[in-house]
Design a protein around this ligand. Sequence first.
Ligand code: SAH
Length: 354
Amino acid sequence: MSAKPDFRSLRREEVRAHFAAWGEPAYRADQVYDWLWAKGAQSFDDMSNLPKTLRAKLAEEFEFRPQRIESVQRSSDGTLKNAVRLHDGLVVESVLIPTEKRITACVSSQVGCAMGCAFCATARLKRMRNLEPDEIYDQVRAIHEQGTTEFGRPLTNIVFMGMGEPLMNYKNTLEAIDRITSPKGLGLSPKRITLSTVGLPKMIRKLADDGVKFNLAVSLHSARDEVRAQIMPVNDVAPIAELRSSLEYWYSVTKRKVTFEYVVWRDVNDQPEDVRALVELAKRVPCKVNLIEYNAIGDERFRQAAPEALQDYVDGLARVGVVAKVRHSRGKDIDAACGQLANKKLPAELTSID
Ligand code: SAH
């Protein structure tokens, strides 16, 4: 690997400092930053309003390594799944979900994932590394462009529901969101961004303390420790009571409801005591609930529950004034739905820990 630093990992102030040291006027640094994050330049040569000598100097001192969309799979429902090749050869996936009103980008925050949720295909990948802010940003930018070219509409929403646990890559994820929301980047409102987490209480408190303006979703799947611990190892270190108090704190600071993501499986969490536990939690934590359809990943333990079981949840929650919506998955035929991102096209040694 080259020893030159990656230009795109520099913060704005760092670019300015380099330019100052080279005797370049300050506005040049802003021009370059604009090329990087607003115009999506793919090389120094794209930066056509910079003098050639400056472009050459940049190329001499720095590496420029944008990611490449290696393949695009198309679902019959219009969903697109991108395989994104990173500079070091690793691959992550991102998904464009078109609906009547929205173009939503579902993006990855890590290569692989270490959380080990039993029902999720990404958990079968090794966690290789965190994504850099520019690697997260580029997924969003690419989908923004696909929205325009393929559907004639710009990106409207972003969900951090791709590969990885965004709160295990806290700093880089927040920095990417800063660029996405900045008028000098994509200028997207943080209200249109949702970060989904497995539920890490310390980091949820930190989000609240850091004053973030985006939405928070928590993959809950059970409000009972004895059930949740069986399917989500994170529950051993972050049991329901701790998660609950961090979410109470989140609401007290942000005044924004959390969204619980919840799959109902037959014989796992489809009993009246499961509903009761969620209702109790929902009475204390202001929330909405998304009952998401299970996308099979080839594990016999997990089977979608009967529609009546879902209705029990909807009714139970409605009685305490909580809205629960049943969400159907998109992109299932191309393994682009929740929990199905698993780099199926990569060689086995990178993708399997079985
Ligand atoms: N690590 C984050 C981001 C992943 S988001 C998180 O855990 O929230 C992906 C969402 O899909 C999560 O809510 C996850 O619990 C859910 N999910 C995982 N596997 C699934 C599957 N097989 N079917 C349906 N949803 C699944």
